[in-house]
Design a protein around this ligand. Structure first.
Ligand SMILES: *Cc1c(COP(=O)(O)O)cnc(C)c1O
Length: 568
């Protein structure tokens, strides 16, 4: 016990920003994330560690992970738990706290995972865990399944994350200067926070409970990630009251939001002084959704140390020293000799080709360009856009052969997403004689790195304006991989045509014009450049590093959060 207490003493000495997120991707072997939101949260914590910004991450332990995906020959997805043992990489912390759920006390303990920055700075992440013998079997599972179960289960998880997280930080002695809610899932943390900002009883008129809302708002930061209201968690008040019991604080929240549903995004909006979207365009869209609040834009970035292939890391260290800590140094990418870029890329490509062979038995050819498309399989990401006209696609491939690697999970309840995977499998079968297409099952952090470094072109075709930011294209850019993407999310800021990649459409999407534009760019720009002008191609690879990766970094993002949100 002693060393733990000493460590906690070290961690609680400094005032910290509490960063709450339903999912945080801590490491490839730890399945506490589902997709972009969790990856971003992990990259945020890692960037803060590099910059020695005192933060404490708060999330659920998700012992059963999101899920492990298997696909049968028809592309039908089945899911199994992706369990991990927190004791393998984290330390049990000596505190237990309780939260009220459905009229009982549910106890939670926690684990400490330490993220180490590039200077050795240690950043704590607290993993909340209800799997304690004192709880009923049902309650022990509240923190098991990330995004599992029904609305009731989700509400319980959000009570544990928001209210349990606050109590745990207090029990462990953390001193917090700001609460950063990464998406609305954690916004119930405002209930215990309201208690702390209650005026003393003598200052309050009879029959009223008053809170210093302006000061409370100054301590809260909210980042929204979802550009459609239907994507926000909301619960009927009777369900919330059944779960949490009635309280004056819940009354205040209800009054502020004035609705018959408890919408966690609105709770976070109404009680945060600093609110931001995750790209300029996303902030504009969110501003229209929430005209009563000022929505800032802090464009996402990726953590360079996590998403760089080792061969490119070597090159950057030689030609852009300091990149690991300040990726703006990558503007010097032009200094890197062409053949060094190509050799590093070729090595990463061969690794991917080996992986494709091991997982699917297909033999990809290194001299033929590989397009990559991997992300959450869900309708708005339009994984089928490339396949809108199979005859056209065959004709392009006949003239300029290319190969394609796909990957991605559909949420277990996303019926449409699952159908899309099956649809992709049908296209793959039909195109098999003409185009080599592989689908790698169980997309995760480790596969993502293999893909974003091993392909030649990163493809993204969301339906605007639904891609809040997107980050996989940023990861590809860091490895010299240009994007061919719809102008949405980060790419509407990042794209410089023919310099760091190519735009599909003009950002005002309709299905037809987008697929035409996609085929047009592929046939008339991307593939001819690859085959007919290798120095020109490498120039675009350098553009991806120098113009995209230098800017779309989690270090730049974290510096902005510190200056504009945390020091506010
Ligand atoms: C980066 C990443 C994502 C997010 O990708 P988008 O292109 O932003 O959707 C999702 N899943 C994994 C495993 C990732 O590494």
């Amino acid at each position: 016990m002693l060393p733990q207490f000493r460590l906690i003493g070290d961690l609680t000495r400094e005032e910290r920003v509490a960063y709450f997120s339903m999912e945080i991707a801590l490491a490839p072997a730890i399945p506490t994330y589902a997709g972009g939101l969790g990856i971003l949260a992990g990259d945020t914590v890692r960037a803060a560690a590099d910059l020695e910004t005192p933060l404490v991450g708060v999330t659920l332990v998700s012992r059963a992970g999101y899920f492990h995906q298997t696909l049968d020959a028809e592309g039908r997805q089945s899911e199994s738990p992706d369990t991990w043992d927190p004791s393998s990489s984290s330390m049990r912390l000596p505190a237990s706290v309780a939260v009220p759920i459905d009229g009982r006390e549910v106890w939670l303990g926690s684990w400490l995972y330490v993220v180490e920055g590039c200077t050795g700075y240690k950043q704590p992440v607290i993993l909340l865990d209800t799997d304690m013998p004192i709880n009923s079997p049902e309650d022990r599972e509240i923190t098991h399944y990330l995004y599992g179960g029904d609305a009731n289960y989700r509400l319980k998880q959000e009570i544990v994350l928001g209210i349990g997280g606050m109590r745990m930080l207090e029990a462990l002695g953390f001193r917090i200067r700001k609460y950063h809610m990464n998406e609305g899932h954690s916004s119930l943390l405002t209930l215990p926070l309201l208690q702390r900002f209650a005026y003393p009883p003598q200052d309050v008129h009879a029959g009223e409970i008053a809170y210093d809302i302006p000061r409370l708002r100054e301590t809260c930061v909210f980042t929204t990630h979802t550009p459609v209201s239907s994507g926000h968690d909301q619960f009927p008040y009777d369900m919330v009251e059944h779960a949490l019991g009635d309280s004056p604080e819940l009354g205040i929240v209800r009054k502020l939001n004035g609705q018959n549903q408890l919408n966690l995004t609105h709770v976070a909006l109404s009680l945060s002084e600093f609110v931001n979207g995750v790209a300029k365009r996303h902030a504009e869209v969110s501003q229209k959704l929430y005209p009563d609040y000022q929505v800032h834009a802090v464009t996402n970035g990726i953590h360079p140390g996590t998403w760089c292939h080792p061969r490119f890391a070597e090159l950057f260290t030689a030609y852009a020293p300091g990149w690991y800590h300040e990726s703006a140094a990558l503007i010097r990418a032009d200094r890197i000799p062409d053949e060094s870029i190509w050799d590093a890329h070729y090595a990463a490509k061969l690794e991917l080709i080996e992986r494709v062979a091991a997982e699917t038995g297909m033999s990809f050819k290194p001299e033929i360009p590989i397009l990559g498309f991997a992300r959450r399989m869900t309708a708005y990401k339009r994984p089928d856009l490339l396949f809108a006209d199979l005859e056209k696609l065959k004709a392009i491939a006949k003239h300029y052969p290319f190969q394609l690697v796909l990957a991605g999970k559909a949420h277990p309840h996303d019926y449409q997403g699952k159908q899309l995977i099956e649809q992709l499998y049908r296209h793959m079968r039909e195109l098999a004689p003409h185009i080599a297409i592989a689908y790698l099952p169980n997309y995760n952090m480790e596969k993502a790195l293999a893909l974003v470094s091993g392909v030649d072109v990163w493809l993204n075709t969301p339906l605007p304006p639904l891609e809040a930011s997107g980050t996989s294209g940023m990861k590809a850019a860091l490895n010299g991989i240009p994007s061919l993407s719809v102008l949405d999310g980060w790419w509407s800021e990042g794209c410089i045509e023919d310099v760091n990649g190519w735009a599909i459409g003009d950002g005002t999407s309709i299905e037809d014009s987008d697929s035409h534009s996609l085929y047009d760019k592929l046939e008339n720009k991307v593939l001819p450049l690859y085959y007919e002008d290798r120095p020109g191609w490498i120039h675009v690879m350098k553009g991806a590093i120098g113009k995209s990766a230098s800017f779309f970094s989690a270090h730049r993002m974290m510096r902005r959060y510190v200056v504009e949100a945390y020091l506010r």
